[in-house]
Design a protein around this ligand. Sequence first.
Ligand code: NPG
Length: 373
Amino acid sequence: MKLEGVELRRVRMPLVVPFVSAHGIESDRDVLLIRACTTEAEGWGECVALSEPTYSSEYVAAAEQVIRNHLLPRVLVDARDGHLDTARSAAAMSQVKGHLMAKAAVELALLDAELQEKGVSLATHLGGVREAVDAGVSIGITGGVANLLDLVDGYVADGYRRVKLKIEPGWDIEPVGEVRTRVGDRVALQVDANGSYGLADAEHLASLDPFHLLCIEQPLADDDLLGHARLARQLRTPICLDESITSAHTAEVAIALGACSVVNIKAGRVGGYLEARRIHDVCVAAGVAVWCGGMLETGIGRAANAALASLPGFTLPGDLSASDRYYDRDLTAPFVLEDGRLRVPTGPGLGVSPLADVLAQVTTSVDYVRVGA
Ligand code: NPG
């Protein structure tokens, strides 16, 4: 199977409710899709970069440029004389520093095409062991407790197995306490600070301890592993790292330092699903629980995340919600909750592909790069 060319396509997907975090507001997702066209198959990847560089230094317009100008030339030269080999293309892309979300999107498109040809599902390829994965829901900063409680009631009624609340200074102890009182022990709760606190807030954050949270995610800045290790000694709530973990190596370092006892694995944040699996393996070996993070993906990215979350070490529910929590019409056939779980696709590769009419409706630009061009 030879790679013939790669399409870069931007789509604009309106969110059913704007998503507010310490990183700003997302009202629609401006998503970059990658389509790898081979002699036998068509593979899809989704880039999780946001429209602004507020979650990490990456943003969607820059990701498109780095893919077009720096990653594809390396992948396409590599593809000229041989069969499509995703692991080799990933190695070729590693000459480029950083841009992990851009690399992950290209890798996923190539992997989808390669696995379709082999007739193997992504879940099987990664080592998945579950047919369905526990679904959690992440709720942005609502700015009002009544509104937050209404949202929580709705999601609990839908059957979500865990609720994650975004917090930031000024929006933390009170809303979290109100939600815990409302749901009792019917549902698992956790919080995500997206790096908005400092070590000086340790005592304040310890006021979350009585709420029996599964974890507090990324309380301190991305590069503050030492601070997280110190904070961990002052809290009973387990610390989970997200933004700080960018590779299997950083996961090993964070664990060795005692900076976290839980890890959020997001393939986009770490450069792809192959590195995500390596992080899973490091965490399992160290006895650290992992769960699958999300970046408001369409059905393309969600299918890949469900496959990843089917690995044995994913013992906590992920930020993996049904399509209707994000979009009125998803790009693919919708993911639906079944008893609080999402089914892991079983078809070859991702096992899903975009619906032609939805794709045509939401596309804002398309570019195609041919091998040898
Ligand atoms: O369900 O996909 C989802 C959203 C999960 O909260 C979520 N993602 O920091 O983990 C995060 C985060 C995020 C998404 C942050 C978008 C900012 C914007």
